[in-house]
Design a protein around this ligand. Structure first.
Ligand code: IPD
Length: 268
């Protein structure tokens, strides 16, 4: 059976190739292929091309594994493992030439659902920033060769918190209410624009905590494991695993504060 480090290495080599392709296509010029859930939620030709590349590389080296990708959906396998892929997380940043976009590749065991799966390995590669984050469960999280450890705990008023917003207007109104309540109590709030990079930011100390509601499996699969392996507490609501309803990743001492505030201010 393949070990988790080998799975991580496969993810890394494919993420590098995929990230270089995304970067090259960005330099050549981005074209929107379609809108998805709303006019703001777009897919570019590059998202599709990069996912096709990742899918075909995985089919070559891991033919028995299942696949779940943001753009091309799910395909079953017989091994019990699923590769969960966001070809370009931070698509709006990509569209505007903001360098905070990334390829996110994770491999999980069990159903491809963040509420129940066990994540085994994950890689997040931001080609425009030449930053690669990687992890394998039980083996720590790294940026390049540097082992990552979350920040020491600070009081909420000294904490820098990240968040993100969904694409639906009614959801954004609820998410704004949470920001409105939190902003007076923390050092400041950041909206980086790519959930996988938000989770890596907690892992490497650029944020003390991060929360978001409505993340898809592919937005969080790799980043959540990277944050956890760096020492973050990563959970959803009321002790549930992080899932579509809520994802919180924070230094352990800040987690309860964030969970309480987000639960109080949101309407579910
Ligand atoms: C989005 C980004 C964004 C987050 C959204 C995600 P996409 O993914 O991660 O930061 O706030 O919830 O949908 O559309 O860029 O792949």
């Amino acid at each position: 059976m393949t070990g988790v480090l080998e799975l991580r290495d496969i993810a890394e080599s494919i993420a590098r190739e995929a990230g270089e392709l995304a970067f090259t296509r960005r330099v050549e010029g981005v074209s929107i292929a379609a809108s998805k859930s709303s006019l703001e939620d777009v897919v570019t030709e590059a998202d599709r091309e990069v996912e096709t590349l990742i899918r075909s590389r995985l089919a070559d080296v891991r033919p028995a594994d299942a696949f779940l990708g943001e753009e091309s959906g799910a395909e079953g396998g017989s091994s019990g493992l699923t590769w969960v892929v966001d070809p370009i997380d931070g698509t709006v940043n990509y569209l505007y030439g903001i360098p905070d976009y990334c390829v996110s590749i994770a491999v999980v065991e069990g159903e491809p659902d963040p509420s129940t799966w066990s994540a085994l390995a994950g890689v997040v590669f931001a080609p425009a920033k030449s930053e690669l984050f990687r992890t394998a469960v039980g083996h720590g999280a790294f940026r390049g060769d540097e082992r990552l450890v979350v920040n020491p705990d600070v009081r909420p008023e000294l904490a820098l918190i990240g968040t993100g917003f969904g694409y639906a207007a009614e959801k954004r109104v609820r998410q704004a209410a949470v920001v409105e309540s939190l902003i007076a109590e923390v050092r400041d709030i950041r909206r980086i624009g790519a959930a996988a990079l938000d989770l890596c930011a907690v892992a490497c100390g650029r944020l003390d905590g991060y929360y978001e509601s409505g993340l898809n499996a592919w937005d969080q699969a790799a980043g959540a494991l990277i944050a956890r392996e760096a020492g973050a507490r990563v959970e959803g609501r009321a002790g549930a695993p992080s899932n579509r309803r809520l994802t919180i990743a924070a230094t352990p001492g800040l987690f309860d504060f964030l969970h309480e505030r987000v639960s109080e201010a949101s309407h579910g």
